[in-house]
Design a binder for this molecule. Structure first.
Ligand SMILES: *Cc1c(COP(=O)(O)O)cnc(C)c1O
Length: 390
């Protein structure tokens, strides 16, 4: 699309998400000395606010990377080639972590799912119980599987580790759940939590966040795996000084500071309730259209994204292309083995109720234009729900 298109583009991918004007304006700032006092103060300020989001009193590392970089850092800091790790194949992102773990020479033990629910804590407990010589060094869980819109129950996984007295580290990918749903790094005794700037946190892509618990820090101190750029230690020090070992992405820090203020001003319980309301409205629209949700377990519905199955014989990418061309809205595609079969509506981050109504109206018009069999009235069903909850 080279010609001018009137009105705002609707970016409804589950990351990157809409960047609020206030966050954009905060980035419009001259560069400063990243070793000077102003930056040190900014560094400490954002780390303090991030702790409130992660619900931790501990370390939060900020790498200039996407979320994937933080995962690599977690692996090389705490684990060594040959270590066994346990991961549930809940969707495409769990596969990507598995693939990365294999490339680092880790011995990956997997659990299958049908990509329509979260990881099964009972299955995890059974595997841990059998692992009596504690060969498993870490359990990986993707909190919100952005490819399937299914959540895994992190406290239940923690309970599986506890009831089997298993010492494995618990590592959680909260990239698409942090700031969308209640998350408690300390209370749930998660050892490593990974997040990224471009999803619920409403910041442009380019920063990753890692909450690191004491057990993971101790593992990192003992671990001999070579690492350079991804070494955690200078980031642990940054939590005391606000200064970073290499040039930080300072403009993103200004953006982050503004975004964290917005989240804390709205109030985290309100932010979470808003995401729940939007997700429920979206699911009501899907059901009214007569389409099927990818997530088959109502206890596992993700608050930030909804993955929707296409009727047999219809391609999701064709629908997405029609919606982009006709209505200037970008939706998420199906990933991995559900490529073409699923489209995803992102409803996380900075989104108003009328924007959501517009999103669902756009999808409904797209279904009609693309000739996808459906019943009209999904957007209306969402509006009825949203009006009742106004
Ligand atoms: C987006 C996403 C990732 C990938 O993060 P990048 O920032 O693209 O590296 C990983 N896991 C989940 C659950 C995600 O939603």
């Amino acid at each position: 699309m080279t010609d001018y298109v009137a009105g705002r583009h609707f970016l409804q991918t589950p990351g990157p998400t809409n960047v609020p004007d206030r966050v954009l304006r905060a980035m419009d700032h001259h560069a400063i000395n990243h070793r000077g006092p102003e930056f040190g103060q900014l560094g400490l300020t954002v780390i303090g606010k991030l702790r409130q989001i992660f619900r931790t009193d501990g370390i939060v590392a900020i790498f200039p990377s996407s979320g994937t970089g933080a995962w690599e850092a977690a692996l090389v800091n705490t684990l060594a080639a040959g270590d066994r790790v346990l991961i549930a194949r809940t969707g495409q992102f769990s596969h990507l972590w598995e693939d990365m773990a294999r490339r680092h020479g880790l011995d990956v033990q997997t659990m299958e799912t049908d990509w329509r629910r979260g990881a099964d804590p009972e299955q995890i407990a059974n595997i841990l119980k059998e692992d009596s010589d504690h060969r498993i060094k870490a359990v990986f869980v993707v909190h919100s599987e952005t490819s399937t819109s299914c959540m895994s129950d992190v406290p239940a996984v923690r309970a599986a580790l506890d009831k089997t007295n298993h010492p494995a580290l618990l590592m959680v990918d909260a990239i698409s759940s942090l700031a969308c749903v209640d998350y408690r790094h300390d209370e749930w005794r998660v050892d490593v939590t990974i997040a990224g700037s471009q999803k619920g946190l409403m910041v442009p892509p380019g920063l990753s966040f890692t909450a690191i618990g004491p057990k993971a820090l101790a593992a990192a101190e003992k671990n001999k795996t070579p690492r350079g750029y991804w070494e955690w230690a200078p980031y642990v020090a940054s939590n005391k000084t606000g200064f970073f070992p290499y040039t930080p992405a300072m403009h993103l820090f200004y953006a982050l500071n503004a975004a964290l203020d917005m989240l804390l001003e709205e109030g985290l319980p309100n932010v979470f309730a808003r995401h729940d309301r939007y997700a429920e409205a979206t699911r009501r629209a899907v059901r009214a259209w007569g389409l099927e949700l990818q997530c088959a377990d109502p206890r596992a519905y993700a608050p930030g994204v909804t993955a929707i199955l296409m009727p047999e014989g219809h391609n999701a990418d064709n629908l997405r292309n029609v919606i982009l061309e006709k209505f200037n809205m970008a939706l998420g595609n199906g990933l991995g083995r559900i490529d073409g079969k699923v489209f995803r509506i992102g409803h996380m981050g900075d989104l108003g109720v009328l924007q959501l109504a517009g999103v669902l109206a756009g999808v409904e018009m797209g279904l009609r234009v693309a000739g996808v069999p459906h019943r009209p009235g999904g957007a209306q069903a969402a509006m009825d729900y949203l009006a009742g909850n106004a």
